[in-house]
Write a protein of this length. Structure first.
Length: 334
């Protein structure tokens, strides 16, 4: 077995461990955070501060039997959770956590992440279709329409950053932003673009990240009050567990991508703080964004499907196109 194959296997094992750990303890953080925000207790019995609750939940899911409903398409039903998890795992391969910590530096890393993100929508459609449940099917159709609507402004905004950087390589995008907050892409004055709308582009990208990961207030694909439990209503045991892990893995990927494109990646906010390792700065930014995602979920009410789609097609897509043209013009002038 070649060294390259060993590296690939090692990267996949590390990615699986990272995803599983994040899924387990982001659920714990979300439940504790929800308890704080809504003035009720979160998990606090199993272990100190409820820290043993995630492994207990994981063991419970693994011990249960995967029940396939009568009349379901068995092949697609079993394959859907795996297909949902696979793109999330592969996306971690190209994410640079620092100048030296990256599984594989790919020249088209940004394109690879968006390609895998698009394929993940098919897993939701397979789950809804194969379940032979009208609520699951309605939820799957909602999820796919939502993904299509919000991938467009998200991609256009990413193209704006690629235009500024001149590269699809995630390492190049981070290195272009320089050693201080004044050179991050979220700030227009000292960055390459000189575009005063870049803070709004950051906000647009972050909103699209919420919608792409089916997070409240954009969780129309899993609206419990309307669709019981969404596209995974017929799933139990680790089938449900894989969907759950994929959701939190996608949240981490979205936060990593936002950090790379707009917040300077592993660069510190001030040059004098460069003695702190870059991976620490990267993770601090990522988990600050994730904490914001959790706060938003338990603060704002769920929107409607019409409001969700109108926001994308009537506001975000026109704005992202205008911002792309404006950035192109400013780059030509300056």
């Amino acid at each position: 077995m070649s060294l390259t194959l060993f590296n690939v296997i090692g990267a996949v094992i590390v990615a699986i461990a990272f995803v599983a750990l994040n899924a387990a303890y982001l659920v714990w953080a979300e439940r504790r955070g929800a308890g704080r925000i809504q003035r009720r207790p979160g998990p606090n019995i199993n272990g100190p501060l409820g820290l043993l609750q995630p492994p207990a939940d994981g063991l419970k899911l693994m011990a249960k039997q995967l029940v396939i409903p009568g009349g379901a398409d068995k092949v697609l039903f079993v394959a859907a959770p795996v297909l949902c998890m696979f793109p999330a795992l592969m996306s971690f391969v190209t994410i640079p956590f620092s100048e030296t910590i990256v599984a594989h530096n790919i020249n088209v890393g940004l394109l690879m992440i968006f390609a895998f993100a698009a394929s993940g929508s098919m897993a939701l459609l397979f789950a809804g279709w194969s379940s032979r449940n009208k609520y699951a099917m309605m939820s799957a159709v909602r999820s796919v329409s939502q993904a299509v609507a919000y991938e467009i402004p998200m991609l256009i905004t990413a193209i704006t950053i690629v235009m500024i950087t001149g590269s699809l390589n995630l390492m190049d995008i981070v290195n272009q932003q320089g050693p201080s907050v004044l050179h991050w892409n979220i700030l227009p004055i000292f960055g390459e673009s000189k575009n005063l709308l870049m803070p709004l582009s950051f906000l647009l990208f972050f909103v699209c990240t919420l919608a792409e990961t089916n997070r409240a207030p954009f969780d129309l694909g899993e609206a419990e009050s309307e669709l019981v439990a969404g596209f995974h209503i017929e799933y139990g045991s680790m089938g449900f567990g894989l969907f759950f892990m994929a959701e939190y893995a996608n949240i981490v990927i979205g936060a990593c991508l936002t950090t790379i494109l707009f917040l300077g990646g592993w660069h510190p906010p001030l040059p004098m703080l460069s003695f702190i390792p870059g991976v620490v700065w990267f993770l601090l930014k990522v988990y600050a964004l994730i904490a914001t995602v959790i706060w938003i979920r338990w603060t704002f009410p769920r929107t409607t499907i019409y409001g969700l789609l109108n926001l994308s097609w009537k506001i975000l897509i026109p704005f992202s196109l205008f911002n792309l043209l404006l950035t192109a013009g400013l780059l030509k002038v300056f």
